[in-house]
Write a protein that binds this ligand. Sequence first.
Ligand SMILES: *Cc1c(COP(=O)(O)O)cnc(C)c1O
Length: 466
Amino acid sequence: MKYVSTRGEAPELAFDDVLLAGLARDGGLYVPSEWPQFSAKDIAAMAGHDYAGIAYRVIRPFVAGTIPDDDLEAMVRETYAGFGHDAVAPLKQIGANHWLLELFHGPTLAFKDLALQLVGRMFDFVLTARGDRVTIVGATSGDTGSAAIEACRDRDNVDIYILFPVGRVSPVQQRQMTTVDSPNVHALAVDGTFDDCQDLVKAMFNDAPFRDAHNLSAVNSINWARVMVQIVYYFAAAVCLGAPGRQVSFAVPTGNFGNVLAGWAAWKCGLPVEKLVVGTNSNDILFRFFETGEMKIEAVNPSLSPSMDIQVSSNFERLLFDMLGGDGAAVRAWVDNFRSTGAVRVDDARLAAAKKMFAAARLDDDGTRRVIGDLYKTTGELVDPHSAIGVDAGRQCRGDPTVPMISLATAHPAKFPDAVEQATGIRPDLPARISDLFDRDERFDEIESDLDAVQDFIRRTAATKS
Ligand SMILES: *Cc1c(COP(=O)(O)O)cnc(C)c1O
């Protein structure tokens, strides 16, 4: 399996190089040069396997030739044995043929653990084989950072620097990043927004001498490996509800477009998906795009669902590459245009083609509280604000009622206890395994939103280690 850049000017790479590279040299994102196909027979054969068994089957073709089958299987088994629920990603029924896929049973209580716990192990595996080490830098709006830190802590061959926007992550998210006492972990509190943090990370990757000097790598959602590992739960949930014999739909609370892109990738690989519903909060650039075909940037407003407070959704470029027929030059022109003017559109034919698969819904904070309260009243389930947006998107964009609608629950309610309490009167408890989070000591460094300042910090810290 080979991977190509969405901007067409970086070398084709095998999976292990894509894993370590993160962003492509031309600024693009790696995608498979062709999608592995799972036939109806292959999908039917997944039924009855546990989550790790399905993960092994789904991931194998994507990493073929770079991770031997036995090693992959061992890593997958070890990864998901560490989750807090035997089913790893259990389904709960919340309405007529409407299901909640709980993706928050990993160590940091958010869906990002599903991918990152395995990706961290893949990094160690590949780096050990090469006798190499890397510096991971990442931007987070909250959940990526803690999940990446948990995935990399105490790993021999990795240093990790995570930039988070100060005051814009929840106390639980912040503490999950700042209470990890491991010498290879650095949490940097940036005076700016998530988009500022993301721009700083991108700028470091575009600085080739810096990138090479520190062997930079990324585990944020631009890394293909994360999207790839997320494909697994789309297969697992669909098989549970009758695939390949029947179609399913998914509703996905979306920020960087990584999670829902994995659903689209599952469909490209042969999973019978009827609809993918993109759910946004009031930072609704993706909702507006699917309504009008125009991608137009607006200011980021803080919301109850901070992990979706994003205007520039990096992973959208992977879908765009497909929409533009795999033409890297066209993607480059589109992205340049977007960067310079803040607005760009696709033509009606391409929009219509995308809307065969995608629908979109948007929910503001009042609506989010209403959905949390209403779901609690009707089912007894507590959901966090991100998950509530997924629940509502699934309700708003319900197509054929005989097709199961699966709303993705992306965070544990205890990660956002204030919003849940406002909506229901109930303050959800942290699971026992992290119930002492607020008693642990914090360790982080404050830094201004400035490329020189951040690069300097990394240079100085690296110097103390060698
Ligand atoms: C990261 C995150 C999202 C958004 O996921 P994307 O892949 O960026 O679309 C949604 N909900 C929660 C809880 C998250 O942590």
